[in-house]
Design a protein around this ligand. Structure first.
Ligand code: URA
Length: 239
């Protein structure tokens, strides 16, 4: 957001007054005097007024992480294993992951401190789409695919995917890549659904969550969501 808006939002002064404060040379961004109130800052920047840190209070933070394998999507682990929060050192707030990915699953994971939004994004009522790319053992035939599409039982509940397609067949390795879209989020759902049709998963990646993808993010890297993306998520869950 613009520097003047940042200062106004932090309660320093009105937007207009904040513009004058910046033009007067009283504000530094990351240690350098900034004279342009319209310059863009993010919560990652360190903003000071007359040498005092200005922080946004009550702000919400939204990060999109391209999760690598080997990280738990919990806030803390009792056995000190690495968690996704170890990857986001620049966070300004207490973040938590929106839903879970298994430690050996990679891909799109949203982190936020916005409990209201997170709750709705994970509630089945809002039907948020999650798309996975699953590497499976064996090459699923029509029978297995039909069974999957009709729905398989996981924990006594019938799980019906929104869409399933075979993306690639690796004939020599006797394995395949499937794209599967779900609007629910049960524990280990993709793995258990595919195991139920005798095609166990050997590799799983989430390629989309609520329309967000990890495009241009290397594994382990993250970025802030844009204001537009956050607004879109809010609209999706009727907030
Ligand atoms: N389904 C799984 O089996 N694992 C995940 O991490 C996500 C969905």
């Amino acid at each position: 957001m613009r520097l003047a808006k940042y200062l106004a939002q932090a309660g320093v002064a009105s937007r207009r007054a904040a513009e004058r404060i910046v033009s007067a040379g009283r504000v530094k961004v990351n240690g350098l005097i900034e004279l342009k109130p319209q310059v863009s800052v993010t919560i990652e920047d360190i903003v000071t007024l007359d040498g005092e840190r200005v922080k946004l209070s009550g702000f919400n933070e939204y990060l999109l992480l391209n999760k690598p394998q080997g990280y738990l999507s919990t806030v803390q682990d009792t056995h000190d294993r690495p968690t996704v929060l170890d990857l986001v050192k620049g966070a300004r707030s207490r973040l938590f992951p929106v839903g879970r990915l298994d430690a050996d699953t990679s891909g799109v994971l949203l982190l936020t401190n916005d409990g209201k939004l997170a709750y709705r994004l994970t509630h089945p009522r809002y039907g948020i789409k999650k798309i996975y790319l699953a590497g499976v053992k064996g090459i699923p035939g029509v029978k297995a695919l039909d069974k999957l599409i009709e729905g398989v039982e996981v924990d006594g509940v019938l799980c019906v995917p929104d869409a399933v397609s075979i993306v690639r067949v690796e004939q020599q390795e006797m394995r395949a890549r499937l794209q599967i879209t779900l609007t629910e989020g049960r524990k280990r759902q993709v793995k258990r659904m595919l195991a139920a049709v005798n095609h166990p998963v050997f590799e799983l990646e989430r390629i989309s969550f609520a329309g967000l993808t990890a495009a241009s993010l290397a594994r382990g890297a993250y970025r802030l969501l844009t204001e537009k993306e956050v607004e879109q998520l809010y609209r999706m869950v009727k907030l």
